[in-house]
Design a protein around this ligand. Structure first.
Ligand SMILES: NC(=O)c1ccc[n+]([C@@H]2O[C@H](COP(=O)([O-])OP(=O)(O)OC[C@H]3O[C@@H](n4cnc5c(N)ncnc54)[C@H](O)[C@@H]3O)[C@@H](O)[C@H]2O)c1
Length: 253
């Protein structure tokens, strides 16, 4: 088995209590990383951290809302105090809103989605980078989406937010790679998590979603977590500024 050289690394996972983030938190901990599970749900974050500890890993839960600058600042201050810095950040927290054509999207839905999916990544990155620079480098993996690479009717705000995440990713890569911080994004296809459960369990919607993926099935959270693991690890040492599809071939169309 390849050593991913993650032993002892300090890893922050936002949205770490559920779905892709939770799978990633468990995977990094299994590789010996010291994991900070951040989520807006304190109870769910503590549940994920407790699961990791029960498996013999190291994890701490910290509740924060990534769309709130003060909350993100408090999160980063706590990380600095408790761990003395940060090696890896997975900026993964995200939401969806009801599907609507652009002219029908309520302002509140657009603003809420942007505040978490795009501004949240921005607020976290701008505080993570100094913590990583202080340690001589690090790695950031942002969670975009296949919908950061292609579009889909009725998902304008989500599509815009995930395209924006790739823009932030590429720009940060240009700015900080020479200083030792690699910045990449993953672009998952439809992954079976609580976020997509309603749609994936809908007998009309499921075949449409399956049809998007040439591989013939939907994805598992662990499959995205494995891509994050590798991208964040020193094994991907010459990779920065990429938006990696983890989408069963969807965006190869
Ligand atoms: N599931 C998919 O098909 C899929 C596909 C592409 C991209 N993504 C992206 O992957 C990421 C994770 O999605 P998931 O499917 O695991 O969803 P999920 O709903 O299972 O998990 C998301 C977690 O983020 C947390 N969260 C939401 N808003 C937050 C906030 N403001 N501050 C802190 N935490 C917050 C939630 O409490 C939840 O625990 C999201 O960015 C999503 O857009 C998911």
């Amino acid at each position: 088995m390849m050593d991913l050289m993650l032993d002892g690394k300090i890893v922050l996972v936002t949205g770490g209590a559920s779905g892709i983030g939770r799978a990633a938190a468990l995977r990094f901990a299994a590789e010996g990383a010291r994991v900070i599970v951040c989520d807006r749900s304190a109870e769910m974050a503590e549940d994920a951290a407790a699961t990791i500890r029960a498996d013999g890993g190291e994890a701490q839960a910290i509740a924060a809302d990534v769309s709130d600058a003060g909350s993100v600042d408090a999160l980063m201050a706590a990380i600095s105090d408790c761990f003395g810095g940060l090696d890896i950040a997975l900026n993964n927290a995200g939401i969806g809103v009801p599907l609507q054509p652009i002219a029908d999207v309520p302002d509140e839905d657009y603003d809420l989605l942007m505040s978490i999916n795009l501004r949240g990544v921005w607020l976290c990155m701008r505080r993570e980078i100094p913590l990583m620079l202080a340690r001589g480098g690090g790695a950031i993996v942002n969670t975009s989406s296949a919908l950061g690479l292609v579009s889909m009717p009725t998902s304008a705000a989500y599509v815009a937010s995930k395209h924006g995440v790739i823009g932030l990713t590429k720009t940060a890569a240009l700015e900080y790679s020479a200083k030792g911080i690699r910045v990449n994004a993953v672009c998952p296809g439809v992954i079976e998590t609580p976020l997509t459960r309603e749609a994936t369990e809908d007998p009309d919607a499921r075949p449409v979603m399956l049809g998007l993926h040439p591989i013939g099935r939907l994805g598992r959270a662990e499959e995205v977590a494995d891509a994050m693991l590798w991208l964040a690890s020193p094994r991907a040492s010459f990779i920065t500024g990429v938006a990696l599809p983890v989408d069963g071939g969807w965006t190869a169309h």
